[in-house]
Design a protein around this ligand. Structure first.
Ligand SMILES: Cc1cc2nc3c(=O)[nH]c(=O)nc-3n(C[C@H](O)[C@H](O)[C@H](O)COP(=O)(O)OP(=O)(O)OC[C@H]3O[C@@H](n4cnc5c(N)ncnc54)[C@H](O)[C@@H]3O)c2cc1C
Length: 456
C-alpha cells in the first residue's frame, strides 16, 4: 500500500463542477488539496462529447443569467454562450389524445399560463428561493408528488398533456415519484415566471461545451493535485485526520476532506465512522432523476421542432438540435427509460418506434448518448427529490460530519439539480473547510508557496 509523502490540507473526492470549484476556491485561500476523480476526465455529470462535428452535451447543458454562480464563472472566464428561442420560430406540438396536435402561438401562451397555474404555490412556498427559505405549507405540498398536483389543475386536455410532459422532463423519472415542489422551486428561482423558467432550463448553452468552463476553473486550481482514474473506496476519520483509500490500495491523508459524491453514489463508498442515518437513507432511496437523454440522427431536414408528450409515451420531449438537407440531429428526453422499446444506443429501430407518436414517419439513423443511471459514478441524472426529501433530507446533505465537508449539485441551496448548484456548493464547502482549518491552527501557504499551474 502506498501512502502519499506530503499531506495536503484537503482531499477532495470527485471532479465534477462541485469538486473542481472547491479545488480552485481552496487555492484562492492558500490551501493545498488532492482531488481524486474516478473517471478518466473531469466534469462528472457534464460531459462534452465530440461527435459528428458537434460538441454534444451528454449531461448538463443549459445555463442562464438567472443562475448566479455559473453565470459569474462564464463571465470570469469569458466563455462564449449561445441562446436558442424556446418558444418562437419553431414548430411546437404536443401528443394529446393519441395524436400530434400542433400548437399555435396562442396555444403556447395558454400552455405557459397552465404551467404557471401548476407552479403557483411556489410563490408562497419559496418566498426567497436563493436563501432556501421555506414558506408556510398548510396543505403539506412537501408530501405531494407531481402526479398528485397535476390532478388539481383545471385546463384543456392538450394543455394538461403539455404540462404533464413538462413535469416528465423536469422530474426525469416517474412523476408519481417526483416532488411537486421541484417545479415550484424552478419557477420561484426564475422570478416566479413560467416563461422565464422555460428559458432558464433549456435555452442557453456554452458554444464549446461545459468542458471549456470546467477546464478554465481547473486551470486556476494551482494548489490542487488533480488525479484522474482514482476511484475512492473508503474514507476513515479519527480525531486528527482523514484517510482516503483508493481502490488500488493507495491512501492519502489530510486534516479535512470535501466529499462531492452524487447523492445516489454516497453509499458506494465506505465511511468509518458511518455517515449520518439521513445521508445513508437518502442515498439508498435515491432521488427520482433516472431518465434518458440522447442525441438522435434522423434522415432529412426535420426543421426546427419541439414536441412534448405525456407520461404514457416512451419519449416525453424531442427538440431539434441541428438540421439541414443532409439530415437532422434531435435531442430526445425519456423520463422512464423502461418504456422505451430499445435495448441500447445501437438500437436505431427501437428509437424510431419510440419517436413515431411524436414525429410520425421519422427515420432514425443513429443515437449518441450516455446511460447515467447505470453509470456507477452517477447512478442517476440530475437531482429531483422525491416527496418529503426537500424538508427531511436537504439540510442534512450539506451538513459537515467531523472533518468531512459536503458539496454537490444535489444539495445546493438554490439551483439544486444544476451546474449552478454544483458551483454554489463547491464554493461554500471550500469556505467552510478553510474556516475549520484556520480554527484548528492550520496555516495557509504564503503566495510564494503557490505552485505552477497543475495539469490534469
Ligand atoms: C442528462 C443530464 C442532463 C442535465 N442537464 C442539465 C442542464 O441542462 N443544466 C444544468 O445546469 N444541469 C444539468 N444537469 C445536472 C448537472 O449536470 C449536475 O447537477 C452537476 O453537473 C453536478 O455536479 P457535481 O459536481 O455535484 O456532481 P458530479 O458531476 O456527478 O461529480 C461528482 C464526481 O464524483 C466522481 N465520483 C463518483 N464516485 C467516485 C469515487 N468512488 N471516487 C472518486 N470519484 C468519484 C464522479 O465520477 C464525478 O466526476 C444534467 C445532468 C444530467 C445527467
Amino acid at each position: 500500500m502506498a501512502t502519499s509523502e506530503s499531506s495536503p490540507d484537503v482531499v477532495i473526492i470527485g471532479g465534477g463542477f462541485a469538486g473542481v470549484t472547491a479545488a480552485r476556491e481552496l487555492t484562492m485561500r492558500g490551501r493545498t488539496s488532492v482531488l481524486l476523480e474516478a473517471r478518466d476526465r473531469l466534469g462528472g455529470r457534464t460531459y462534452t462529447s465530440d461527435h459528428d462535428g458537434h460538441a454534444m452535451e451528454l449531461g448538463g447543458t443549459w445555463v442562464h443569467p438567472l443562475q448566479p454562480h455559473v453565470w459569474a464563472e462564464i463571465d470570469r472566464y469569458e466563455v462564449e454562450t449561445e441562446t436558442f428561442p424556446v418558444l418562437e420560430g419553431l414548430r411546437q406540438a404536443v401528443v394529446s389524445g393519441g395524436r400530434v396536435v400542433d400548437l399555435s402561438d396562442d396555444d403556447v401562451a395558454r400552455a405557459i399560463d397552465a404551467l404557471g397555474q401548476y407552479c403557483a404555490p411556489g410563490t408562497t412556498l419559496f418566498p426567497e428561493p436563493y436563501t432556501g427559505t421555506w414558506g408556510p405549507d398548510p396543505q403539506n405540498m412537501d408530501a405531494r408528488s407531481m402526479r398528485q398536483h397535476l390532478e388539481t389543475i383545471k385546463v384543456a386536455p392538450k394543455l394538461r398533456d403539455w404540462v404533464e410532459g413538462m413535469c416528465c422532463v423536469t422530474a426525469f423519472g416517474p412523476i408519481d415519484q417526483a416532488a411537486a415542489t421541484e417545479l415550484f422551486r424552478f419557477y420561484a428561482l426564475s422570478g416566479w415566471s413560467a416563461e422565464q423558467m422555460l428559458a432558464a432550463l433549456s435555452a442557453t448553452k456554452l458554444v464549446k461545451g461545459t468542458r471549456e468552463l470546467i477546464d478554465s476553473i481547473a486551470a486556476q486550481a494551482r494548489l490542487a493535485d488533480i488525479r484522474l482514474n482514482s476511484p475512492v473506496r473508503r474514507i476513515t476519520q479519527n480525531g486528527k485526520q482523514v484517510s482516503v483509500e483508493l481502490t488500488n490500495g493507495d491512501t492519502i491523508t489530510a486534516p479535512t476532506a470535501v466529499i462531492t459524491l452524487p447523492m445516489n453514489v454516497l453509499n458506494t463508498v465506505e465511511f468509518d465512522p458511518p455517515l449520518s442515518q439521513i445521508k445513508r437513507t437518502a442515498s439508498a432511496e435515491r432521488h427520482a432523476g433516472a431518465g434518458m437523454k440522447c442525441y438522435v440522427r434522423v434522415k432529412g431536414d426535420i426543421g426546427n421542432v419541439a414536441v412534448m408528450a405525456p407520461e404514457a409515451q416512451p419519449v416525453n420531449w424531442v427538440v431539434t438540435y441541428d438540421h439541414n438537407t443532409n439530415g437532422s440531429w434531435l435531442i430526445v428526453f425519456a423520463a422512464t427509460p423502461k418504456r422505451l422499446p430499445m435495448s441500447s444506443f445501437d438500437d436505431a429501430a427501437g428509437m424510431q418506434e419510440a419517436l413515431q407518436p411524436l414525429l410520425p414517419g421519422v427515420e432514425v439513423e443513429s443515437i449518441h448518448g450516455w446511460d447515467w443511471s447505470n453509470d456507477p459514478y452517477a447512478l442517476g441524472t440530475w437531482c429531483i427529490y422525491r416527496p418529503g426529501q426537500l424538508t427531511q433530507v436537504l439540510p442534512e446533505m450539506r451538513t459537515a460530519e467531523g472533518r468531512l465537508f459536503f458539496a454537490s449539485g444535489d444539495s445546493a441551496v438554490s439551483w439544486r439539480s444544476s451546474i449552478d448548484g454544483a458551483i454554489e456548493s463547491g464554493y461554500h464547502a471550500a469556505q467552510h473547510t478553510d474556516q475549520y482549518l484556520t480554527a484548528s491552527g492550520h496555516q495557509t501557504l504564503s503566495p510564494a508557496g503557490l505552485k505552477s499551474p497543475v495539469t490534469a
